[in-house]
Design a protein around this ligand. Structure first.
Ligand SMILES: [Cu+2]
Length: 67
């Protein structure tokens, strides 16, 4: 998913299991409860391709292409 460098981003994840959402590259984390929502707000201030995953399951959620 393309993201403009310098933009404000809200990564919103709704989950049916408990886990931790982890945005690599920016190393931001947020816990999510079963049936709950986690939000990671950040400014996309460095370029690259970064993966967000469900940390304990190792499931990729999205890949952000910040450029
Ligand atoms: Cu991770």
């Amino acid at each position: 998913m393309p993201v403009s460098l310098g933009s404000s981003v809200a990564l919103v994840v709704t989950s049916d299991v408990a886990d931790e959402v982890h945005l690599h590259g920016y190393d931001r984390k947020a816990d999510v409860a079963p049936g709950g929502t986690a939000t990671i707000d950040f400014v996309a201030d460095h370029a690259g391709v970064f993966e967000a995953e469900m940390e304990s399951r190792g499931i990729q959620l999205v890949q952000l292409e910040i450029r």
